[in-house]
Every structure is written in C-alpha cells, then in structure tokens.
Design a protein around this ligand. Structure first.
Ligand SMILES: [Fe+2]
Length: 348
C-alpha cells in the first residue's frame, strides 16, 4: 500500500491549483540544446518565400490538405540550424523534450487584430504565419486535427474567448490551465504539437514537465504503469467521444517514459482503488516539482513532444480589443499509416 501524501507536503513553491502564479518565478529553464535562434535574414527569406507561395494559391481558400502540402514546399527553405535541430530532437529528444525556435517570424510584419475566437476567418499575414508553422511541423510528422475540435481546423488560433475566461481549454485565460497532455482520452492524440506566438502576454507562461525527469517512489511508478485508470473526453471535443478505460499513466522504459496525464479528466477505473489514486497524487506533485516555464514572445515557435511532456499555462488577463495574446497551434502524428489503420476521427 502506498503512503498518502503528508498534509504538510509542500506544494506552495510550485503553483497551487487554480493560481499558477508561483510558476512565474521560474524563468526560462530551457537549456541550450533545445533553443535555436533564427537569424533575422533567414526569417526574412522564409517569409518572402511564404508570401510568394501564398500569392499564387489564394491561400484563404485552401483546404486543410492543400495547406499542409503548401507547408511542405516551404519546409525546403527552413534554415540549416532549424533542420539540424529538428533532426536531433526527433531522434534523441532534448533535456525537456521540447524544441524552442526563436525569431522564426520577421519582426516588422503587420498582423492585424487578434481574432475573437479559434475559428474566426483568417486574413493576410496571419495566413503566412500559419504556413510557417506548417513548414516547421511537417518535419515532425503529418499535420492533422480531430473533426470535432475547433471546426476541424488544421491550424487553430489559440486566443482567449469572451465568456470562457475560466474554461479549462485553450480558450480560457484568467485561470490556471491545469496540467495535461493534448487529448489524453485518445490513443490517436498527437505525437507533437507546435505553438507559434504571434502576440504574447507577459503573464501567460507555458509550463512544461518532461516525464523522463519525474522523481517517483518505485511503488507509485509501478502502479502508474498498470492499466488502472479511466480517461474521460475533454470538453473541447463536445459530447461525442467515449471515455477510455484500462489506461496506464506511464508506459515505456524508465529512461524514456511516455506519459498520459490529465488530472481533470483522469480517475481510477475502480473508484475503490485507493492505491491508484494515491500514486496519481504522487505523480501530480512530481510533475509540479519538475516544471520549467517559458513566456512565449512573438516569433517563438515551441514544439512539444506530447507523448513525453505534460504542460500547463499560467493565468493572464485577457484583452478583447484586438491586442490580446495570440498563438497558432498545429498537431502532428508521426505515423499516418498507424492513424489510418485505427480509422481515427481526423479532419485530414
Ligand atoms: Fe494544451
């Protein structure tokens, strides 16, 4: 039997549920092997080529498949430093199993106002940003999305939505967005996702915890590797998906474990399984103790290994005047044939 966490277990220094403010004390935390600074001249060259491609295509009218194809053409113009870093990341990972590209967008482009929702029409330079994101993410697999997620958009705008400030989805803002992996309920969740920052907010830290750095008692680790949990579907997917039961939280080797973690939607499959519940509590504390954070700035593109890293976001005050935080997000699967075999609910 696992011991319960003691009542005085110190979680105060790592941001308590619902606040997230303490995470702001951790600056950066990413290491040199996972950060690439793109030269301004390279970003300009990439942007110019994206403009050229978009001009010949009426980019607003492209469907998801056509946008992904155009992104592939742009991949050929990525700087050598980015191509090499992506190769290393795919093959060996990094200290925190994330890769941060800085300055991937030129500094002086005119974006227009931040859209009001994840599915607002996209215009002008925002389309070029989406293409840039696609060009990078193509190196990590096949871009895809779920049919029922934000209108099946391949590149989603991550913006605060009015009336959803407290939502535990990417539309929320003034609450701590709890730890999760993307789409934990689905075996077809993405292998990687990328977030491109068009407009930042100094209070909104992206918080990351790699599974390989988790310090856990052996007994808790053993329980977490057993199929003793149920994952309920994320509300962002509407009512359609079914819960998955008989799920293990940790899989793989001790040196390079994979993690499926979403405390809001995960429960012991057997409500009487106190051991599973206790192991999960240990894990939650271990995740907090492992966290590093990064405040995304315009031109930052962070690629996260969704099989090995859990993430969260600190609270920030939304602005609904067109100047608020604006990210774009794309998910990729590293094996399209595997997804096809499962007949996943994909948009493409
Ligand atoms: Fe997320």
């Amino acid at each position: 039997m696992l011991p319960r966490l003691s009542p005085d277990h110190d979680s105060s220094k790592q941001g308590q549920q619902g606040s997230g403010g303490a995470y702001m004390l951790i600056s950066e935390g990413l290491e040199a092997n996972e950060v690439v600074r793109v030269q301004e001249s390279d970003a300009r060259r990439l942007w110019n080529f994206a403009q050229q491609l978009a001009a010949g295509e009426q980019i607003e009218r492209l469907d998801a498949e056509q946008l992904a194809e155009l992104g592939t053409v742009l991949t050929s113009t990525l700087p050598e430093a980015v191509l090499r870093a992506a190769h290393r990341f795919r093959n060996r990972g990094t200290t925190h199993d994330v890769l941060l590209l800085r300055g991937i967008l030129p500094a002086d482009h005119d974006l227009g106002p931040t859209p009001g929702s994840a599915t607002s029409p996209r215009h002008g330079h925002a389309n070029l940003c989406a293409l840039n994101l696609m060009a990078v993410m193509n190196m990590f697999g096949e871009p895809f999305t779920f049919e029922d997620l934000y209108g099946g958009r391949l590149v989603q705008d991550v913006v605060a939505a009015q009336g959803k400030e407290s939502a535990q989805t990417s539309e929320g803002s003034d609450c701590f967005l709890e730890w999760h992996v993307e789409d934990a309920f689905s075996s077809d969740r993405c292998d990687y996702f990328g977030l491109l920052c068009l407009r930042g907010d100094p209070a909104a830290a992206t918080i990351l915890a790699p599974a390989r750095a988790l310090v856990l008692p052996d007994e808790a680790r053993k329980v977490l590797m057993q199929p003793r949990y149920t994952v309920l579907p994320d509300i962002a997917h509407g009512e359609n998906p079914e819960p998955q039961t008989g799920v293990a939280v940790l899989t793989g080797t001790r040196e390079a474990p994979e993690i499926r973690f979403d405390p809001i939607y995960m429960v012991p499959a057997d409500p009487a399984d106190d051991e599973a519940r206790s192991a999960f509590e240990f894990l939650t504390e271990a995740v907090k103790a492992t966290a590093v954070s990064h405040v995304l700035q315009p031109g930052d593109l962070i690629v996260v290994d969704n099989r090995r890293v859990v993430h969260a976001r600190s609270a920030f005050q939304p602005r609904f005047d067109g100047s608020g935080r604006w990210l774009m997000r794309t998910m990729v699967c590293s094996s399209l044939p595997r997804h096809r075999r499962r007949q996943s609910r994909r948009a493409i």
